[in-house]
Design a protein. Structure first.
Length: 278
């Protein structure tokens, strides 16, 4: 029988630990403030920004939400980021992605001061992760490490396969698993004979962005499967990159969608905000 890795429960534990830390920091006169910028009205982004605002309120972090119009220019956005970089009251800055097409996402990310880049997307933080020095780590992959550790899944020495090579998930995920002494392979859209590789995984992290891409034919019996995707299927029901019904019976543990990786991203963002002050 497989175990369901409960991201809702584990993220709640983390938020409760952080809530205590924040009240201790407040007693020392230290406040935490996160600025969140959303450009345009993408409905999914609005839900994510709303979740971040709610989590801040729960933990005791002040949030400043900037909702900019769809037609915001690159210069206007950069000006706001620079203003927040120079505002001593603001500890963390997050620009919700994706951004409208007239905006150069990379330039915006690289303009955020590395010490306020709680998303961990700035090159300085990515570089720090790569060489193993201190810095902010991207929230979804660090949340996955927490899910594994708090579920008692051993990473050290295990064969870890990551499907996906994005800057937000795939690449930092691989580096974090390596830091935990996993033996890591990255698969992507050009990988040949992908199932031959994924079938060797003790831990399989799926971040391909394709609904139900992975089924039981991709996995070794008893593997741990982490599903980063979130989509709507033909019946408008939420589903992940993994076909849960078909895959779960062949795993030892698996994350559901919803209620797996998703809530961990917000919890780790809160963790990064707290550590920006600590
Ligand atoms: N859009 C989807 N995921 C993320 C994330 O983790 N951070 C930001 N800033 N935007 C996102």
């Amino acid at each position: 029988m497989y175990k369901i890795i409960d991201g809702k429960k584990i993220s709640q534990e983390i938020k409760d630990e952080l809530k205590e830390k924040v009240s201790a920091l407040k007693a020392e006169g230290k406040n935490i403030c996160l600025a969140v910028i959303q450009v345009g009205g993408d409905p999914a982004s609005s839900v994510y920004v709303g979740n971040k605002k709610k989590a801040c309120a729960y933990i005791g972090i002040e949030s400043l939400i900037y909702e900019l119009p769809e037609e915001t220019t690159q210069d206007e956005l950069l000006e706001l980021v620079r203003k927040l970089n120079n505002d001593n009251k603001v500890n963390g800055i997050l620009v919700q992605l994706p951004l409208p097409k007239q905006i150069d996402e990379n330039e915006v990310i690289q303009t955020i001061a590395p010490e306020k880049d709680v998303d961990g997307f700035n090159e300085k933080n990515v570089g720090a992760l790569c060489v193993g020095s201190k810095g902010f780590v991207s929230c979804t992959p660090s949340g996955i490490i927490q899910l594994l550790k708090r579920s008692g899944v051993e990473i050290s020495g295990k064969r870890c396969v990551v499907i996906g090579r994005s800057n937000i998930v795939g690449k930092p995920m691989s580096l974090l698993l390596l830091r935990e002494n996993g033996t890591v392979t990255i698969c992507h859209s050009r990988t040949e004979n992908i199932k031959e590789i994924t079938k060797q995984a003790d831990i399989l992290v799926v971040a391909v962005g394709k609904p139900k891409f992975v089924d039981e034919t991709f996995i070794k019996e008893g593997a741990v499967v982490i599903d980063v995707g979130i989509h709507r299927d033909a019946d408008n029901k939420l589903c992940g990159d993994v076909d849960f019904e078909r895959t779960a019976p062949h795993t030892s543990a698996i994350t559901p969608v919803p209620g797996g990786v998703g809530p961990m991203t917000v919890a780790m963002l809160m963790y990064n905000c707290v550590s920006s002050v600590e």
